[in-house]
Design a protein around this ligand. Structure first.
Ligand SMILES: [Zn+2]
Ligand SMILES: [Zn+2]
Length: 284
């Protein structure tokens, strides 16, 4: 299996680092060297990655560690679908496909026949898989429609983390999100729009909170979001929000909208404690 790292955020966005069997790839490192893992809020990282056949073995040479998906690690194995986050860069581990259809998809992004816009896509990173199923989400949590096959309707994934534990997760199709949005009070929609406009200066990121800009290293409790279509994810939609910002957003919602959210959680996540104190979900 040939593998590569694809930069999906930061300095290396769009770059591909191919792993050669038996050869060691070095990334990051000294101040004068490779700027890949540069970030004013973090010391430099330096990674070595070796293709060990079927998996990649990595080591963070300075002992500082990096995020792999939702865990902080100094060494270990990487498989296709894993995300590496360090400094201000994010990389996705990918299998290089010899399938021409897949190769075409990798080049041009997703462009179904019905006139949907083309946008870059990647295989859904493991971070956005269902922790419960240990694989991709298969259906919408509300209407139970399949998210696989020839489906072209976009959907959204949200997972709520407390440390490295997932306490809530779901995938929900666009129709259901729009349906819930219709139930939200006008007052709440206006406030959310204003809050987003004032705070969203970082845009979509897996490294920094999308609102306050705090580095992921300093965030223990957070929500991650991703847009998907079929078996692909849309990197431009990746987002992490820290719990404080999620609560800030939540506090703006009217009683009516909070009730809509509460009903949603009660209906679909009977196991989630009422005192989670987090707006789940934040799609609308
Ligand atoms: Zn649905
Ligand atoms: Zn924040």
């Amino acid at each position: 299996m040939d593998m590569e790292l694809e930069g999906i955020e930061g300095e290396a966005v769009g770059c591909h680092f191919t792993l050669e069997s038996g050869k060691t790839l070095r990334m990051g490192g000294g101040e004068k060297g490779d700027p890949l893992f540069r970030d004013p809020t973090q010391p430099f990282r330096e990674l070595t990655i070796l293709d060990a056949g079927g998996a990649l073995e990595f080591e963070e040479k300075r002992g500082l560690g990096v995020y792999v998906n939702d865990r902080y690690m100094s060494s270990g194995r990487l498989y296709p679908g894993d995300l590496i986050l360090a400094g201000s860069s994010a990389f996705l581990v990918r299998e290089i496909s010899s399938d021409p259809h897949r190769a075409e998809m990798d080049e041009g992004g997703w462009s179904p026949l019905n006139g949907f816009p083309t946008f870059p896509v990647v295989e859904i990173p493991r971070l956005f898989h269902s922790a419960f199923r240990e694989g991709p989400f298969l259906s919408c949590v509300m209407c139970s429609e399949s998210l696989e096959g020839e489906i072209v309707e976009p959907y959204f994934i949200e997972k709520v983390y407390r440390g490295s534990e997932v306490v809530m997760e779901c995938a929900i199709c666009q129709s259901c999100v729009m349906g819930m949005g219709g139930e939200m009070s006008e007052e709440s929609s206006d406030k959310i729009r204003d809050f987003s406009r004032e705070n969203a200066n970082r845009g979509s990121s897996l490294i920094h909170c999308g609102f306050c800009g705090n580095h992921r290293t300093h965030i223990r409790e957070y929500n991650v979001f991703c847009g998907g279509v079929n078996r692909f994810a849309i990197p431009g939609s990746f987002c992490v929000l820290c719990e404080e910002c999620v609560e800030g957003l939540q506090s703006l919602l009217s009683k009516k909208t909070q009730d809509v959210q509460k009903d949603f959680v009660d209906d679909h996540f009977p196991g989630v404690p009422a005192d989670l104190g987090s707006p789940v979900p934040l799609f609308f």
